[in-house]
Each structure stands twice: as C-alpha cells, then as structure tokens.
Design a protein around this ligand. Sequence first.
Ligand code: SF4
Ligand code: SF4
Length: 265
Amino acid sequence: MQASKDADWLSALIEEFILDWKRSQGADDYWRPPLVGVASANDPLLAELRRVVDPDHAMPAEILPGAESVIVFFLPFQRWLGEQNDGHGTLASQSWAESYITTNLLIGAINEHLKARLKDRGHLAAVTPATHNFDEAKLVSRWSHKHLAYLAGLGTFGHNHLLITSSGCCGRLGSLVTTMPLAATVRPEAEWCLQKAGYDCLACVPKCKYGALHETRFSRQACYRQCLRNNAHYSHLPLVDVCGKCACEVPCSYQIPDKPAASDA
Ligand code: SF4
Ligand code: SF4
C-alpha cells in the first residue's frame, strides 16, 4: 500500500483521536496504529460490488449525494488479543468479545470526529455503521467495509475471506463517505495471502473447527452460526456475533506474511 498525503493526514487525525478517546473512556489498549486508505467515489470498480458482493450494495452517492471519496480505516488489534482468542478453545475469548464492542464504539466516534474535521474544511461526510448493516437472510453486506477497504488500497483478500492489510487481518474496519476530493491510495499489485500468491499455507483452515472455512469453499451460514454461539455464550454483553479464530495466530494475522525463501517455495 502506498499512502497518499491525504491518507497520512487522516491517519494522523485518527491516531491522535484514539489516544484522547482511550484516555477519556478509560478503554483498554486494544489497538496498534491505524491504517487509512482512500478510494475515489468514481472508481469504476465500485460498480463491481453489485456483482461480487450484492446487487443491492450501496454506491457512495446513495450514501451522500455529491460524494467524491470513500475513506476506509483499519484498526489493527494488538497481538495479545489475537493470542488470547486463539488460545481460548472453541469459543471466542472474553477479551475478543469485549474488544469487538469497544472497537465498534471507537469506530463510531472516529467517524464523527472525521466528519467534524471534514466539515471544518467545508466538506460534508456521511458515516456508515461499523457492523450489522447486512441482509439477515443472505448474510451479505449492503456496505462492505472489507471490499471498500480493498478498493481503497488497504490490502488484498486472504483465503480466510478477510482483508490482509500491511498490519495483518486481525482488526476491524470502518469507513465514511465525503464530498472532499482526496487522493486515492494505490492498490497493492501482488497478492499478500501466501496461498493466493502460489505458496502452500492454508494455516487458517484448521483454525476453523465449525465447518465454515475449507480448503476449497467457505460457508457464510456456518460461520455466522458460530458467531451466534459466541453471542449466546456472552449473553451478558451487547450483541457480539464474532469468532475470528481464522484471523488469529496465522502468518497474516499481524503483518503481510513473509514469503518462504525461494528454495522452500
Ligand atoms: S493463513 Fe495463509 S492461506 Fe490463510 S489467509 Fe493467511 S496467508 Fe492466506
Ligand atoms: S470466523 Fe470462525 S467460523 Fe468463521 S471462518 Fe473464521 S474460524 Fe470459521
């Protein structure tokens, strides 16, 4: 990912905001430094989302008339969070469930902060919810942060169906749409998932003991069933339909995975 000046400005704004927010909320330190990518609202690949994700996927101008740019940010989790989730047996760890709730609150607060900063510069912004904006029957999103993150140059898709960023896939995405024209981030040219790049990996497959992630297929329904099991287990918490085992303690969890040396490939 090659960051633009605009993405650097937004990234600095978010980083500073997170520091203040953590202090004011007394929140746990769940996150590594944020990553930010920008896509043009006129990117021709946006129309592909209606083919690849869902025919009802929203376009930026439907979220905000006059939209010029889509800003997507990734909040990478600290490694200890992934380690705890990985080491917690079949259910998600309590810290993983709690971090989901706190991170969604933080994403909402970041969105409002960026909206205000964009307004200072004379531009409108519309925020999109961090999660639960999907079709309950089809389990597909009408505003897929993950696909928009790809368009905004934040990374490439892994075999585990997550976006692998330069800080890995263990973390959460947020996005907003603005009328401010911002320089688009250049998308990576190569696949960052080892398997997709032609190396043997599939380390994420055995992490899924719930019949969702296989060598050759993925069951969205089986994945969501496991997320709901975790939600039932943590019934004292607000909605936590999470799992994330396939994102934790695999080569792409916290970084772009290292390619094996030529002789090992
Ligand atoms: S664990 Fe390996 S195969 Fe799975 S997404 Fe990561 S790099 Fe790709
Ligand atoms: S999130 Fe959980 S259930 Fe879904 S694919 Fe990953 S490991 Fe499997």
